[in-house]
Design a binder for this molecule. Structure first.
Ligand code: GTQ
Ligand code: FE2
Length: 364
């Protein structure tokens, strides 16, 4: 009898497998996990490591049609060699040498730029020339034509954040090269700033929570001076806070700047620590200013300006500033909010630090 049941089961699983069916009861634990189990791991890429490699790339690799961009992507070691910072997010350092142009194209993934160092580059977005300076946020929404041009002899570095892995997971990638290297610049430069750059709705308090918008922000540039002034104002209103934050917002709708990506800056006050918390959705941080460390799932990551790190979905994170610090960050929270499944949770006590992260130095 037992033998018959065993034989019957074996034959059943073989026959089910042979016709391309899978029994849920054998895989349910891996699929419906109690909480998110991102494959991406907490990780940090240090400016000391990537900066000399970016300079070498500028000397060795031309920017041409086909390759399109001189970009070093943040490759999370948990993702099996895929060039993604996290399951849903692309992060990269883009390097443009003096007088170079990265050719015009468009694609369904949307992008944001956060300028790290250098001067004299502008990104043309659907004919609007957007001048880029350190600390500025520049948007290139989905399907907008964009090319980057240097007008000076020096090189420039910026952080790229894209929703590329998310759009790939949706099988929604389209790409088109522009028929010329660069698109014509129409009329006045920085037109979106002239139209929307003083709108009161361009900064949201801490995080956008209510508004959703499938359209991107009509304001394409958020200047660092404005962001810093907004953070100064918030810090002055709350002198005892360990941290204040702004999210960049669509001045027309109050939603996040892109339908898929939220961008913001968190200011950390020297000597203070943030309350540990976790959120659904992935985040990438770029250190704009200051020195400190973050503890992500009990692992300590020390950082300084230019460093980039990933906080995977539902990882507990807390930040500590040794000196006043500003962290630029992106997240996929607008997508989770649009689907009605966004969660966040504040954790009661600071976690014990059990290990310290040592960034990969390679051959340097
Ligand atoms: O600057 O257009 O990091 O198309 C990846 C893909 C940057 C860009 C990236 C891109 C770009
Ligand atoms: Fe692009």
């Amino acid at each position: 009898m037992t033998v018959n049941i065993d034989q019957a089961l074996e034959a059943f699983y073989r026959d089910v497998d042979a016709v391309g069916l899978a029994p849920l009861w054998t895989v349910t634990g891996e699929l419906l996990t109690p909480t998110p189990r991102p494959k991406a791991v907490p990780w940090l890429w240090s400016a000391r490591t990537y900066r000399p490699l970016a300079e070498r790339a500028i000397g060795l690799i031309p920017v041409e049609r086909g390759g399109e961009r001189r970009v070093l992507s943040l490759r999370n070691p948990g993702l099996g060699g895929r060039p993604y910072a996290a399951g849903t997010l692309w992060g990269a350092v883009q390097c443009l040498g003096g007088r170079e142009t990265a050719p015009a194209h468009r694609h369904t993934p949307g992008a944001i730029r956060f300028v790290l160092e250098g001067e004299g580059v502008f990104t043309t977005v659907n004919g609007d020339a957007c001048d880029m300076r350190p600390g500025d946020l520049v948007l290139t929404p989905a399907w907008a034509w964009h090319d980057h041009s240097s007008t000076t002899d020096g090189s420039m570095l910026w952080f790229d954040g894209l929703d590329l892995p998310m759009i790939e997971a949706l099988d929604g990638i389209f790409f088109e090269p522009y028929p010329a290297t660069s698109q014509p610049v129409g009329g006045e430069r920085n037109r979106s700033v002239a139209a929307y750059g003083a709108s009161s709705g361009r900064f949201a308090d801490e995080q956008v929570t209510g508004a959703l918008d499938p359209k991107p922000s009509p304001l394409l540039i958020y200047r660092w001076n404005d962001t810093a002034a907004e953070l100064d104002r918030r810090a002055a209103e709350r002198p005892d806070a360990a941290t204040v934050a702004v999210e960049f917002a669509n001045p027309r709708s109050g939603a996040s700047v892109l339908p898929t990506l939220a961008c913001g800056v968190r200011r950390l006050i020297a000597g203070r620590s943030t309350t540990p918390c976790r959120r659904s959705g992935n985040q990438i941080f770029v250190v704009h200013r200051g020195v400190g460390h973050s503890v992500i799932d009990e692992q300590r990551f020390d950082w300084e300006p230019g460093d980039m790190f990933v906080v995977p979905s539902w990882s507990a994170v807390e930040h500590h500033a040794a000196e006043n610090a500003d962290l630029f960050g992106i997240s996929d929270a607008p997508v989770l909010r649009a689907l009605g499944i966004y969660r966040e949770e504040t954790l009661a006590a600071a976690q014990a630090v059990t290990s310290t992260f040592v960034p990969q130095q390679g051959v340097l």
